[in-house]
Design a protein around this ligand. Sequence first.
Ligand code: GSH
Length: 213
Amino acid sequence: MSVVLHGPSYSTYARTVRMVLEEKGIPYTLHEVDLLRGEGQSPEHLARHPWGKVPVLEHDGFALYETFAIGRYLDEAFPGPRLQPEEVRARARMTQICGIIDSYAYGAAIGKVFWQAAVVPMQGGTPDQAVVAQGLEQSARAFRALEALMPGEEGFLCGGGLTLADLHLVPVVDYFAMVPPGRSALEGHPRLSAWWRRIAERPSVVKTKPRLG
Ligand SMILES: N[C@@H](CCC(=O)N[C@@H](CS)C(=O)NCC(=O)O)C(=O)O
């Protein structure tokens, strides 16, 4: 049995898949594709992913891209704890939350706030504060929507058990909270902050935490 994940360890979406693999107890090899050095656009990687993005999973000759599809596949193809609710409405909620993260949270929290506050200075540039402000406003809207969907003050995004929705959100909130504007913005979302404090201790989250710089 061979499972290979293509994607750098600093990628948010690749981290979601790595946490799924850890939670399910699936051994895998991480093949680093360094996006910051342009490796996503290499002919070799474009053959795996038409847009040159990560992650891409390969399992015994079966190749798959798109993080949510990969998470579902791993959950259904392998034994271990289930990461999708049995109950149909809870499962629909999980899919909805992953869609919200992809469509409204990631671009704002990572593409704007984290990118400007962390990646631009790491590359020797000066953050564009207008982009940061816009990213904070858009993140706040997405985080408010996620909080409104959380069923309670305790537990996980879809209720009692860990699901793919939690693993989709962890990398986004972690990077967002690593930069000062994101950290203070997160404090304005008490339910999400409490969720983050609880989940940040999980072994799969700790083990996959990216090191910056
Ligand atoms: N819809 C894709 C999004 C993946 C994605 O945006 N990955 C980022 C890294 S976290 C990436 O590859 N960025 C490089 C690029 O956009 O060229 C998925 O769900 O897998």
